[in-house]
Ligand binder design. Sequence first.
Ligand code: UGA
Length: 432
Amino acid sequence: MRKICVIGTGYVGLVTGTCFADLGNLVTCVDIKEEKITKLKAGEMPIYEPGLEEMVRRNTQAGRLRFTTSYEEGLKDAEFVFIAVNTPMGSEGEADLSYVRSAAQLIAEVMDHPLIIVNKSTVPIGTGDWVAEIISRHQPQPIEFAVVSNPEFLREGSAVHDFMYPDRIVLGSLNREAAEKVAQLYLSLRAPIMITDLRTAEMIKYASNAYLANRISFINEIASICEALGADVKEVAVGMGYDKRIGSSFLEAGVGYGGSCFPKDVSALAHMASIHGCHPQLLRTVMEINRDQRRRVIQKLRDLLGTLDCKTIGVLGLAFKPNTDDMREAPSVEIIHLLQNEGAHIQAYDPVAMDRARQILSGVIFCKDAYEVAQGCDALLIVTEWNEFKHLDMGWIKQAMRQPILIDGRNIYDPETMKALGFVYRGVGRGY
Ligand code: UGA
């Protein structure tokens, strides 16, 4: 049984800590937010993540998982400390490292035995070296330590599954022995383990997220061309995906990517490139196309409704993607703001993100379900592809609307079926 401390109880930290406990380790999760820790101790999840609550309960009861606000308690006898604090986007598009800095300082001040410090947060290239410097500088007396970069690739909404069934484990360190010790923690997952240097490991994370964002913007650009030329992007993506060199994932056209990772990481990589004299043209275009995807929705509504002033628009789905209550950089927020700027009234519904949405959006009527949203609408807009929206009684919905305009921002409906029901249907990249 290995003793592990995880700093930060956000998506990455909480899932990492809980899964390591589930693999039989003794884990203490530390967070400076008292309220979060109190809730976790009471078995209440600060986030919505399928399967997590049950796993936290089971491991807490088994005595393998604990929560505290105290670094002393967390680090006591720990062999590994994982830093999994958030790195939000700074004002210039760069990654804001203040939480990483304070975690490193506190670790240094408190550690009283040799430690392997593992960085899981997505941090700019070179941060591992910087963390090592901070630790050395803040230690009251020199104690041995090693820094290992171990980027996380889990997705919100399937985080527990992604942790347990990873495609690969990436470890980067100048200290091979330390990286090998971290590798031991993952052996039972039977995934390929790659050990490299610190900076390369950090870059693998950015390059992976930027590439996936690039695929989304690519297919969104193809979608716009499909609309102009009368092809169907969904079928195009299927046809492309059969090519093993291309593969079928991350080729779903829609209102663009959101969330706490892609927007921030593409921007941070572009920022790093620029300040080092590179010209990240492709990354800039990826971001530009993503911004345009939201605006295209508004344009479609304008084309069909004329002015949007005083029109009622129903919005289905607010979270940045299904199976999460996360509203960070959710396309819904920008789309709703753009609609409100044109004078539209918004009624909206999301299966789990309503509480978070209420804190961010004003002037929106929040409805109890999709059917209530549809009532009296001039147009209905699908922003998040929750499963429950795929099985609605669309005939009923059409009757309830003032005008039968359906803008399917996630291509979840069959255009022909919707047209047969009497909808004026517009998907993304589906020639009509
Ligand atoms: C992403 C990566 O997929 C993870 O590997 C990574 O660990 C994580 O960021 C991170 O850096 O922490 P996540 O942001 O949870 O995970 O969500 P994704 O499932 O990747 O979706 C991101 C956005 O892209 C969503 O808004 C989704 O709707 C959009 N998307 C995804 C598309 O528009 N089309 C697609 O084909 C796929």
